[in-house]
Design a protein around this ligand. Structure first.
Ligand code: E4P
Length: 220
């Protein structure tokens, strides 16, 4: 499973890339607005840091306007994937953009029925939102399982990107459900490292070592 960072923050992206475990980045209008710079500039800076897909979202709501905006976003960098909302207009724009060779991430997907439409329109990625479904009393990860199954049944090439992940449990559930990509905020990526037995075990190893050698291995 590919791991994407769901952020437009350069420090977070730089750190994740240093760890060597980040395959791409997703942004949305809220995340870009949080950084306070024009989208073209911010996406260019992100592209300087990460060698992988970078999702940049349109804010237009009509198909023609979305297509115009999508072409501008796609021209920023070859790694840009244009995010388009799962509306009638969005699906129309996805069909046309995909035919032009522009890669589209269909976002704000909350059901397998919607995901079927995204695949039919030729989307490169579909983004079902897990956490936001949980927020309204559904089991968000079920949608990931159903969508991957439907895509497998018919050989759709659209990649399933599990979005709106809020915890390591969400990430693992998405992986078990067969998502090709999981995007997560930096704080969730950090949480994936943590286990109390790792900390406890390391502390014990270093103590045992110091009892005999009176120094830490790095000073040897
Ligand atoms: C990603 O592409 C989505 O925009 C994002 O994961 C939404 O996450 P949220 O529901 O935590 O805002």
């Amino acid at each position: 499973m590919k791991i994407f960072l769901d952020t437009a923050n350069l420090d977070e992206i730089r750190k994740g890339v240093e760890w060597g475990i980040v395959d791409g980045v997703t942004t949305n209008p809220s995340l870009i607005a949080k950084e306070g710079r024009p989208i073209e500039e911010q996406i260019r800076r992100i592209a300087d840091l990460v060698d992988g897909d970078i999702s940049a979202e349109v804010v237009a709501t009509g198909a023609e306007e979305m297509m115009r905006e999508a072409r501008q976003l796609a021209a920023i960098h070859p790694n840009v994937v244009v995010k388009v909302p799962l509306t009638r207009e969005g699906i129309q724009a996805t069909t046309a953009l995909s035919k032009e060779g522009i890669r589209v991430n269909v976002t704000l997907c909350f059901s397998p029925a919607q995901a079927l439409l995204a695949a039919k329109a030729g989307a490169y990625i579909v983004s079902p939102f897990v956490g936001r479904l949980d927020d309204v009393g559904h089991t968000g990860v079920d949608s990931i399982r159903d969508i991957t199954q439907i895509y497998r049944n018919y050989g759709f090439k659209t990649q399933v990107l599990a979005a709106s992940l809020r915890s390591p449990t969400h990430v693992i559930a998405a992986a078990l459900a067969g998502a090709q990509i999981a995007t997560m905020p930096f704080r969730v990526l950090e949480m994936l490292f943590n286990h109390p037995l790792t900390d406890k075990g390391l502390e014990q190893f270093l103590k045992d070592w110091a009892k005999v050698f009176q120094q830490t291995p790095v000073n040897v």
